[in-house]
Write a protein that binds this ligand. Structure first.
Ligand code: DGY
Length: 291
């Protein structure tokens, strides 16, 4: 929706139901909406499209949808990792382009890399990071290391995860997964310096927000062979232009921000969003409050 249309529709509402990319809340939106606005429900766990502090200052409640999407996003993360490691788009392409026959008989053509036995790093151990770790363990990885703003000793003990500084995680891991919130401290956390610390054989999977990665530096690192591949569900900008350099890289798998996009999960997210909004309208505590 164009901004002027959005502002026109926002005026006078008591509740706003939004989704990243389809609605945002900043000072302008709050002022245009008016003092009767009581609650914002975002159908997402991420809330970088909402100025939560400004909402709080105006007494507007904000709710999001944590936990109900963790399993679906974790499934998609493993899917992206496997697609890059096992070169699924390239392999499917060899059938479509009829080049399979050229490799027939060779046991060493078109090989990928295993997930089992690998050391995996997760940056951000919230609900999604934890769900990813649970799945990695089932895939028999060597170990899972995590880095997050605060250590999570209970989850780490339960799942047998190790905490590491970011530098340590980057230098040890074969697969680096970003599942952290986007904020000032995580923006461009994977940049040129970070890629240089990683193994040349490492791959990166980003399922949180595009700006977690400094994308120009990622392209440079992929082109220079400083890392081996990337699986990205989020990128900058969204939608990514179809002719963007990332779309032409054989070692990159892209999906259009679909981590939580299953029927089951989107319905659960919708239900929780509605519950947040109804609670806000009735001056009750929100089931999943951000403020
Ligand atoms: C989330 O829940 O934050 C997802 O990225 C929504 O698309």
């Amino acid at each position: 929706m164009p901004q002027d249309e959005y502002l026109r529709r926002v005026k006078g509402v008591h509740a706003l139901c939004i989704h990243p990319g389809v609605g945002h809340v900043d000072q302008e939106v709050l002022e245009t909406a008016g003092p009767q606005l009581k609650v914002v429900g975002t159908m997402s766990v991420g809330y970088d499209h909402i100025d939560v502090a400004a909402c709080k200052a105006k007494g507007v409640k904000v709710g999001n949808t944590p936990y109900v999407l963790s399993d679906s996003v974790a499934e998609h993360t493993i899917c992206l990792a496997l697609m890059v490691l096992r070169r699924v788009p390239f392999l499917m392409g060899s059938i479509v382009a009829d080049t399979w026959k050229n490799n027939k008989g060779s046991a060493f053509a078109s090989l990928g890399a295993s997930l089992h036995g690998k050391t995996v790093g997760i940056i951000g151990l919230g609900g999604i990071g934890k769900a990813i770790a649970e799945r990695l363990i089932a895939f028999k990885v060597n170990k899972v290391i995590y880095n997050s703003r605060t250590q999570k000793p209970d989850v780490a003990k339960l799942l047998g995860l190790e905490f590491a500084t970011l530098d340590n995680l980057l230098s040890q891991c074969d697969l680096v997964i970003t599942s952290c919130d986007l904020n000032e401290s995580t923006k461009h956390i994977l940049n040129r310096e970070a890629f240089k610390k990683m193994k040349k054989s490492a791959i990166v999977v980003n399922i949180s927000r595009g700006p977690i990665i400094e994308q120009h530096h990622l392209i440079e690192a992929l082109q220079n062979g400083e890392i081996a591949g990337a699986g990205l569900d989020v990128m900058t900008p969204e939608p990514l232009p179809f002719d963007h350099p990332l779309t032409k890289m054989p070692n990159v798998v892209l999906t259009p921000h679909m981590g939580s996009a299953t029927w089951e999960t989107r319905m659960a997210m919708g239900d929780l969003t509605v519950k947040n909004i109804i609670a806000g309208l009735q001056d009750q505590p929100l089931p999943a409050p951000l403020c």
